[in-house]
Ligand binder design. Structure first.
Ligand SMILES: [Zn+2]
Ligand SMILES: [Zn+2]
Length: 164
């Protein structure tokens, strides 16, 4: 199995590399950086000044690898939520994260957050749903504090049910 990491917008190569390393470390699946793609047509919703997360999942879904993750820098949302850090198709082949709300002045914190969110969304594509263990990377993290609290690895239970 292979994971493709697809930048959409301006993403530092350092972040892309960190994400590849974390995915390999947690799932044992090799990940590689793919060519940058443009922001999908129709993704920008003017009334909100934000982009639809689902449109980026669609870009990932047509990626050439078994699992594909788009990483973008624009602010994304899902209907009924003010924003999301990422989105995935459960058991599908595509997912996405946005680093827009993961930014920090603290060095390496952005990278650390991006790793956790990427592992979380790829975990969904591998069939994992949300976990009650707040330290598990698969726990639901609606706020940045939740992201910072959780680890970037799977708890023993998620480790057992992961199809990787
Ligand atoms: Zn989730
Ligand atoms: Zn878990």
């Amino acid at each position: 199995m292979h994971i493709g990491v697809i930048p959409v917008g301006r993403i530092d190569t350092k972040i892309l590399k960190c994400v590849c390393d974390a995915l390999h470390e947690v799932f044992g699946i090799s990940a590689e950086i793919k060519d940058a793609q443009p922001i999908p047509d129709g993704a920008y919703i003017e009334e909100r000044g934000q982009y639809l997360a689902f449109a980026f999942v669609s870009v990932a879904s047509v990626g050439e690898c078994d699992k594909n993750i788009v990483i973008t820098d624009v602010d994304v949302y899902s209907p009924e939520l003010n924003f999301v850090f990422g989105q995935a198709e459960l058991g599908g082949n595509g997912c996405m994260i946005s680093i827009h709300r993961l930014q920090s002045n603290e060095s390496n914190l952005l990278e650390e957050r991006a790793k956790k969110e990427a592992v979380h969304e790829i975990g969904h594509t591998l069939g994992l749903s949300h976990c009650q263990d707040k330290k598990c990377v698969m726990s639901y993290s609606p706020s940045i504090n939740d992201v910072d609290y959780k680890g970037r690895t799977l708890c023993p239970r998620c480790e057992r049910i992961c199809s990787c």
